[in-house]
Design a protein around this ligand. Structure first.
Ligand code: LLP
Length: 424
C-alpha cells in the first residue's frame, strides 16, 4: 500500500498535489512519501516480530544502496532500523542519518583496505566477509590496531533465485560469497585468526524475488551449515539472511507479503538459536517513491504508436534500460481517455525507452505524469549521461513537503572539471 493516489482527479503524494511540487521544484523530480516508508517499515517489523526479543530481536538493516537519501535513512532510523552498507560512502551516510554504528553491517565483495579501516574507525557492528582473502586482510588490519572485528562469513548457496540475471547473487557463477562446499574450510581458517570475532554466516541470493521457495531452499542450506559449524566446535550466534523480497511493479503482480516471508523465515530458522539480521531494500523503499516528469512533446510514430517524450530519461531512472523493468506510468491529471504509446526520454539512445506499446492515460505536451515504484534503485542509480544534471528529490509528509536533495545542474558537474595547461 502506498500514499500516491488521485484526489479530485489530481495525483497526490499524501496530501500534496503533485502539480504543486512540479511548479515549485521543477521536473523531473523524485517524490518520496514519509507515511509510506513508515508503513512499510512497520509492516516489515511486525512480520518479523515472532523471531526473537530482547538481545535476540532481529536487526533490520536497511539496504542503503536502494535509497541512500539522508532523509529516507532518517525516517527508517526513527523506526529502529540499522543499515546494510556496501561502501565507505554508504557507511558515512548511515551514520550521518543517526543510525547506531552497532546496527550497521558492511557487505560487499570488494571492500578496500581503506573501507575496512573506516568500518573499524566507526566501530560498526558487523563485517559481512565475502572471501577468505578479505577475512585475512580484515583480521590483519584489526589485530595491528589491537582490535577485534565482529564478522560473519557470506555463503554462496548456489540457488537460483528466479529473478533477472543481473540481480541474481546466489548462484555458483556469481561473484558473491564463499561457495557452500568450501564454507567449512574457510570458516575454520578465519575463525582461528587474531583480530577477527567470526560469529556466524550471511546470505543474500538476489533481489526482486517473487517466489519464497528459493529463499527457503537457501535458508535450509544455511541451517545445515550452522549445525555443521557447531559440530566442528564453532560458536555461531549470528545469521544474516539478506534482503531480496520483491514488490509489485505492475497492477496485478502479487509478490509474497512480508507476513508470508516472516512466517517462512520462522519455519526455516526454527531452533537455530541465533540473532537474525535482515537487509531489506526494495520492499521498504520501492513503492514509497515516484518519479514525476513532464511531457516535452508527443511525436507521431513511424509504423507504430506515438512517442510520448518525457523530460525524465534513462540517466534519471535506469531500471527500464538496464533490466527491461516495468514501471507503471500514469497521468497526474488523467482525462479518462487512454492511448497506446512508446514512452521515451530525450537521451540519444534507443535504450532510453521506458515503455513500448504501453496502454496508458492519454497525454499531451506539457502534461505531468509519474513513474511508480521508483523509490528503490531510482535516484541512486542516476548518472549525468548526455550532460544532464542530477534530479532533485522531495519528501512529502502529510500536507507539507521539502526538497531533500537539490537538483545538481549540469553546469555544477562541469565545474569539477579542469582543462590542463598542456591543452591551453
Ligand atoms: N543485501 C545485499 C547484500 C544486497 O546485495 C542487496 C541488493 C540487498 C541486501 C537488498 O536487496 P533488496 O531487498 O532491495 O532486493 N539495481 C537493481 C537491484 C540490485 C540489488 C543489489 N543488491 C534493481 O534496480 O533492480
Amino acid at each position: 500500500m502506498d500514499h500516491f493516489s488521485l484526489k479530485s482527479g489530481v495525483m497526490h503524494a499524501e496530501d500534496v498535489a503533485l502539480p504543486r511540487i512540479a511548479e515549485e521544484v521543477g521536473t523531473p523530480v523524485y517524490v518520496y512519501s514519509r507515511a509510506t516508508l513508515e508503513r512499510h517499515a512497520q509492516v516489515f517489523k511486525a512480520a518479523l516480530s515472532g523471531l526473537g526479543s530482547g538481545d535476540r530481536a532481529p536487526l533490520i538493516a536497511f539496504a542503503v544502496k536502494s535509497n541512500p537519501n539522508l532523509s529516507v535513512l532518517k525516517v527508517l532510523q526513527r523506526q529502529g532500523f540499522g543499515a546494510d552498507v556496501v561502501s565507505g560512502g554508504e557507511l558515512i551516510r548511515a551514520l550521518a542519518a543517526g543510525m547506531a554504528p552497532e546496527d550497521v553491517v558492511f557487505s560487499g565483495v570488494g571492500k578496500t583496505s581503506a573501507e575496512l579501516e573506516l568500518g573499524l574507525d566507526k566501530q560498526i557492528g558487523q563485517f559481512n566477509i565475502e572471501s577468505s582473502e578479505e577475512g585475512r586482510e580484515l583480521a590483519a588490519i584489526a589485530s595491528a590496531r589491537g582490535e577485534e572485528a565482529s564478522a560473519v562469513l557470506r555463503i554462496n548457496p548456489d540457488v537460483d533465485a528466479k529473478t533477472h540475471e543481473k540481480i541474481s547473487t546466489g548462484k555458483a557463477e556469481n561473484k558473491f560469497g564463499v561457495p557452500l562446499i568450501r564454507a567449512r574450510e574457510v570458516y575454520s581458517e578465519l575463525a582461528g585468526l587474531a583480530g577477527l570475532n567470526l560469529r556466524g554466516v550471511a546470505i543474500h541470493i538476489g533481489s526482486q524475488l517473487l517466489d519464497l521457495e528459493p529463499l527457503e531452499t537457501a535458508f535450509a542450506k544455511v541451517g545445515a551449515l550452522v549445525s555443521d559449524l557447531r559440530a566442528a566446535g564453532h560458536t555461531i550466534t549470528h545469521v544474516d539472511l539478506g534482503g531480496g523480497l520483491g514488490v509489485p511493479y505492475k497492477a496485478g503482480e502479487t509478490p509474497p507479503s512480508p507476513a508470508e516471508y516472516g512466517a517462512m523465515v520462522e519455519r526455516a530458522t526454527k531452533g537455530w538459536d541465533v540473532r537474525l539480521a535482515f537487509e531489506p531494500g526494495r520492499v521498504i523503499a520501492g513503492n514509497a517513491g515516484i518519479l514525476l516528469t513532464r511531457v516535452v512533446r508527443v511525436k507521431r510514430g513511424g509504423n507504430g504508436p506515438p512517442f510520448v517524450i518525457v523530460d525524465a530519461a534513462m540517466n534519471d531512472l535506469a531500471r527500464p534500460a538496464l533490466y527491461g523493468a516495468w514501471h507503471d506510468f500514469e497521468a497526474v491529471e488523467p482525462s479518462g481517455e487512454r492511448m497506446t504509446a512508446n514512452i521515451v526520454g530525450p537521451i540519444c539512445e534507443t535504450g532510453d525507452t521506458f515503455a513500448k506499446d504501453r496502454e496508458c492515460d492519454a497525454l499531451q505536451s506539457g502534461d505531468l505524469a509519474i513513474f511508480r515504484t521508483a523509490g528503490a534503485y531510482g535516484a541512486t542509480m542516476a548518472s549525468s549521461y548526455n550532460s544532464r544534471g542530477f534530479v532533485a528529490e522531495v519528501m512529502v509528509d502529510g500536507d507539507q513537503f521539502a526538497v531533500v536533495a537539490d537538483r545538481i545542474a549540469a553546469s555544477a558537474i562541469m565545474d569539477a572539471e579542469r582543462v590542463p595547461d598542456f591543452l591551453a
